[in-house]
Write a protein that binds this ligand. Structure first.
Ligand code: XMP
Length: 510
């Protein structure tokens, strides 16, 4: 979908590249993250209002360090370089960069020396976040320094519509970062702010209607926010021409299948339900490696789905909740990323299913999907539900897989959720669940000694699951969770609480 007003963000591999793109969209301007070496001709054909060069881990003098097509500087489009992006501008325009021995990291006070459009409405002293080893030594001809810090005489530079900032306006530690980005968009690039989720919904509903015509659409539903929002949006666009398929793989949360079915029935959306629990659980018998579990579940899901689509007539279209970060992962500048977990999303199906794909959220971030969900009134029961992995409880059962541990995991997690809801903490945390391994500990049951499983409770806060902190839950809530689990769940004798943050840990135990 071509957006009338857009900003091109060239990705030099910095950890904040996605964050910059999201921040711009939050300021109501569509932004697209493209590889650093995207040809200038391609960028020109997109007619962007501005270009942003992101930060990155390299030094401009490194052999093979990423460089943009130099012709971008001839396009007469405003450019803002951030951190490494500033150094790219200095280097390309004939200035010099040096490796300082004073690595500047953390907060610094910015002194604004020139009341430039970029700093419009900002006090002359403001706090910014720095993270760099290299620094500008000499400015290119005609450039001026427009702000300094104690360690950086060139903390912000300018020549006409070319701007560079050595600090990171996209992170919240930069007090006026949002204002600076807003100034770039509205004062310098003359954007109007056409990107809103309301306009996205209207445009997408109209597009789906004309794309689908009289054909039928199949939508694989997991009960999570993304696929549920896709389903509801499609239903608004094409009504009964939509059929949802919901497969219970036996690894869902307690009562989840029933809850999802009830909600979709109330919404009058056609839904076919398949309980394939036995089929999936038999596959996992004695499989201890979580990555093999993920793959087995993914492969089986595809088989089930192929059978279902054969049985249910001719669907031309398949709707999926693919998000923007999935789409552009391959465009990363960092080379092959290490696979920590394969994150097989059960909704992700291969294209050889011979459907045409409808992916209305291909250009959205997760928080934008949540906004769409709010606009189209996705029921709160789904919207407020914590994220849940596609392979379900299989990733929370450590070691041997068996039905007893599955039941312990499901029942204990349900208690964790119930107790958080009772204490009004559920909506404040990102995820909360229980997991179980093979370790056992001694407990006392009546007058006897009994070995029971050790259940570990994990409750984390996060904004995007990239990082997470364990939550300092009040002791009385933890106490209730613990005593209910040992009293109500068979064969559990101990409860522990996971107090590791991500990084170095991950959210799920495996
Ligand atoms: P980790 O454990 O990597 O998880 O910190 C980050 C987020 O991803 C979810 N997760 C998964 N989601 N399939 C999914 O669809 C998976 O295999 C998977 N593994 C982890 C996890 O719940 C958290 O929200």
């Amino acid at each position: 979908m071509m957006n009338k007003e857009n900003i091109v963000v060239l990705d030099f591999g910095g950890q904040y590249s996605h964050l910059i793109t999201r921040r711009i969209r939050e300021l109501s301007v569509y932004a697209e993250l493209l590889p650093f070496d995207t040809p200038a001709s391609e960028i020109e054909s997109m007619n962007p209002s501005g270009i942003i060069l992101t930060g990155g881990p390299n030094s401009v003098y490194d052999k093979n360090s990423p460089k943009p097509d130099p012709k971008i500087f001839d396009l007469k489009i405003p450019i803002l370089g951030i951190c490494y992006g500033l150094q790219i501008i200095v280097n390309e325009m004939g200035g010099s960069i040096t490796r300082t021995n004073k690595r500047e990291y953390g907060k610094a006070t910015l002194s604004i020396s020139s009341n430039q459009k970029l700093f419009h409405g900002i006090n002359s002293k403001t706090e910014v976040w720095m993270s760099h080893g290299d620094a500008t030594e000499t400015l290119p001809d005609n450039f001026v320094s427009i702000a300094t810090t104690d360690n950086s005489p060139y903390a912000a530079i300018n020549l006409k519509d070319l701007f560079g900032v050595q600090f990171h306006p996209e992170v919240t530690h930069t007090a006026d970062g949002t204002k600076i980005l807003r100034n770039f968009l509205y004062e310098i690039c003359k954007c109007k702010g056409l990107w809103t989720m309301d306009s996205f919904v209207d445009k997408t509903v109209a597009n789906i209607k004309s794309q689908v015509g009289d054909d039928s659409v199949l939508c694989a539903l997991s009960g999570g926010v993304d696929s549920s929002t896709v389903a509801l949006l499609l239903h608004k666009a094409i009504g009964d021409k939509l059929t949802c398929v919901f497969v219970d793989h036996g690894l869902l949360r307690k009562n989840e299948a029933k809850n999802v079915l009830d909600i979709f029935k109330k919404l009058n959306i056609k839904i076919i339900f398949y309980n394939e629990s036995d089929r999936f659980l038999n596959l996992l018998d004695d499989v201890t490696d979580p990555e093999i579990r993920r793959k087995l579940i993914g492969q089986e899901f595809i088989k089930v789905f192929e059978e279902i689509s054969k049985q249910n007539g001719s669907f031309k279209w398949l709707a999926q909740g693919t998000l923007y970060p999935d789409v552009i992962e391959s465009a990363s500048t960092k080379g092959p990323a290490v696979t920590i977990k394969t994150h097989h999303n059960v909704g992700g199906l291969p294209e050889n299913l011979k459907f045409s794909l409808i992916e209305p959220f291909r250009e959205l971030y997760k928080d934008e999907v949540r906004n769409v969900a709010r606009i189209i009134d996705l029921p709160k029961e789904i919207l407020a539900r914590h994220p849940f992995p596609g392979p379900g409880l299989a990733v929370r059962i450590i070691g041997n897989f068996n039905n007893e541990k599955l039941s312990i995991c499901r029942e204990s997690s349900n208690i964790v959720e119930e107790e958080l809801k009772k204490s009004n903490l559920y909506d404040d945390v990102w995820q909360a669940f229980a997991m179980v391994g093979d370790d056992k500990a001694v407990g006392v049951l009546g007058d006897g000694r009994k070995m029971g499983y050790i259940v570990t409770v994990r409750i984390v806060e996060s904004t995007d699951a990239m990082t997470a902190d364990w939550v300092k839950i009040p002791y009385d809530v933890l106490d209730n969770i613990s005593s209910r689990i040992t009293n109500e769940v068979d064969n559990v004798s101990w409860v522990t609480y996971a107090i590791s943050s991500k990084p170095p840990s991950t959210i799920e135990p495996q």
